[in-house]
Design a protein around this ligand. Structure first.
Ligand SMILES: NC(=O)c1ccc[n+]([C@@H]2O[C@H](COP(=O)([O-])OP(=O)(O)OC[C@H]3O[C@@H](n4cnc5c(N)ncnc54)[C@H](O)[C@@H]3O)[C@@H](O)[C@H]2O)c1
Length: 319
């Protein structure tokens, strides 16, 4: 197989690249970022990275024509962007997806779109069923622009599917593992990690009762590979996640314990961290029946084990 992965130099894409290379496939990554997370793959035959924007239509056209299968992961991700640069979030995540789908349509290539649990917003109907309602805040609140951009990307995907393009939409739930963002940046696990490894207090935003379902990257990648292969997945939205629900306060204390650290866990009011453009989601848990039935995949790595592996990896990097 020839596999194109947009955003493939990012966290999830780098692991997905590894998985497809391990299957003997050729992988091309299209990404604006540095090759830091995929440099180790350069030595392998069958891998190349094109450092360019997914919004460059000429380059995209040629790469989609080359591929048998397209994974569209390129997106502007991270809370700091949702509230800091909503224009960029909307432009890349919506227009980039439209360009990828249009090119795939012209060449008859299957597309797997990386969407997100954020599309459910603060729906109270937990666990989130793929066909359930989305509950989002006002467009005056920037934090919703990412969820909206991914929902628009999903709508575009299903519109192209109706026109005959094979498309699969995957909604990831807090995937973590080695090569997640830089320490101190991005997502909760890496922010706690930086604090933990310096022996500083772990700062939980709010009272820490908000819950998430963290998915170890190997589990997410196994399901993502299956989505590229399984005919039954076409035309579907599928949650990719674990049913293991954990509060952020528990996550913090678990990480402290697993790292053998003496860091205390402290609670800071959210106003002290974000301005009025941020609202947190109280609970986030996936329904996983489709993942199991359509992809034959389930989250197998318990949170404690996945976190232990992740802490070990970050410790090695910081030595
Ligand atoms: N990791 C998760 O928990 C999670 C959860 C929900 C959804 N997702 C989705 O999965 C995908 C991958 O996420 P990730 O966690 O690996 O994040 P990431 O930020 O590590 O990866 C995204 C990649 O897209 C690239 N990118 C951004 N703009 C681009 C552009 N204009 N052209 C080309 N590349 C561009 C970035 O450089 C980055 O390498 C994203 O679409 C994200 O929305 C991830």
């Amino acid at each position: 197989m020839k596999v194109l992965i947009t955003g493939g130099a990012g966290f999830l894409g780098s692991h997905l690249s590894e998985a497809w290379l391990a299957r003997g496939s050729q992988v091309t990554v299209l990404d604006l970022a540095s090759d830091a997370k995929v440099r180790h793959l350069r030595a392998q035959g069958g891998f190349r990275m094109i450092r360019e924007s997914v919004l460059n239509r000429d380059i995209l056209e040629g790469l989609v024509a080359w591929a048998d299968l397209v994974y569209h992961l390129a997106a502007v991700v991270g809370v700091e962007h949702y509230v800091g640069d909503p224009y960029q979030v909307l432009t890349v995540n919506i227009n980039g997806t439209q360009d990828v789908l249009a090119a795939a349509f012209r060449h008859g290539r299957k597309v797997v779109l990386a969407s997100t649990s954020e599309v459910y917003g603060r729906s109270p109907a937990v666990p989130f069923d793929e066909d359930g309602d989305r509950v989002l805040g006002s467009t005056r609140v920037d934090r919703w622009c990412y969820a909206t951009s991914k929902a628009a990307a999903e709508h575009l995907s299903f519109a192209f599917w109706r026109m005959g393009l094979p498309v699969v939409v995957l909604r990831y739930f807090n995937v973590y593992g080695p090569r997640l963002d830089q320490m101190d940046r991005g997502r909760v696990v890496t922010i706690f990690m930086g604090q933990l490894l310096r022996g500083e207090p772990l700062t939980v935003i709010g009272d820490g009762s908000q819950t998430r379902s963290f998915t170890y990257v190997d589990d997410a990648v196994r399901a993502t590979v299956a989505a590229g292969l399984a005919p039954a997945a076409v035309g579907q939205a599928i949650n990719i996640g674990s049913e293991e629900e954990v509060s952020i306060a528990t996550l913090a204390s678990m990480m402290v314990r697993l790292a053998g650290s003496a860091s205390p866990v402290i609670f800071v009011p959210k106003e002290a961290v974000y301005d009025r453009g941020y609202e947190d989601i109280p609970r986030r848990v996936p329904a996983v029946r489709r993942m199991r039935e359509l992809l034959g995949a389930r989250a197998e790595i318990p949170l404690e084990e996945g976190l232990a592996r992740t802490i070990e990896w970050f410790k090695r990097q910081s030595r």
